[in-house]
Design a protein around this ligand. Sequence first.
Ligand code: URA
Length: 275
Amino acid sequence: MKKTIRLDRMLGNLGYGTRSGMKLLVRQGAVTVNGQQVKDPGMQIDPDIDEVVLDGETIRYRDTVYVLLHKPAGVVSATEDVRERTVLDLLDPEVTVFSPFPVGRLDKDTEGLLLLTNDGKLAHELLSPRKHVPKTYRALIAGQVGAAETEIFRRGVTLDDGYVTLPAELAVLASANAAEAPGHPKMAEAFARVSADSSAWADSDTVCWIELTIHEGKFHQVKRMFEAVGRKVVYLRRVSMGPLRLDPGLAPGEWRELTDEETESLRKYRKDGTP
Ligand code: URA
């Protein structure tokens, strides 16, 4: 595989400007390679070895980007949409220059972990139905959830279209009557994020804060699983996907690139399927 890249292409790919703009900059002497000023925009660079400096800034070359977004409610998991704001609108040009796309979808009203990347192979592997990549959600549920629902989810629940889900792990983290639930220490933070027009919980006797891990990704799967047992999801947040965890330091709408440890954990996960 070719390891070198033209200098003007390398800078252009990183978003420093157009290829012709980069050619001009190089010819004007704005770039050094390994400490020497260069004037040839077509010079072949080995990004692993050569140190490229543009106007005093050392350039770190990469052609892939991995973004961990805390998706807020109200934006759609798409790269473009004629009517709605998309998750791409939340990112900065330093990463959108790589044309990332969301790995899977969260509903418009779902919050939480969304990975965006331009690494199509990784996305394909994480989304492959054969890989059964675990995805863990926390949710506020209107209605009682207990041992019966946990057992049904463990065995597989039949959705509205007849599909039987793979075994899923459900745990009830807290439950309270509807009057007390919004002030419950384990639920208050989630209640603060429930949209004003969602009053579903108010009519139910009990509200539960649950954690559910599923190993597939059918359309509206979590909501439909609870509907299948007569419950309603009031608020939904994804907290993990494969080896990636939602960063508690990211507020809804905030993002960062994956750390080296996280990209390494993804690499390892792809190789042997363990986090
Ligand atoms: N399941 C849902 O119902 N919605 C999501 O956004 C993700 C999983």
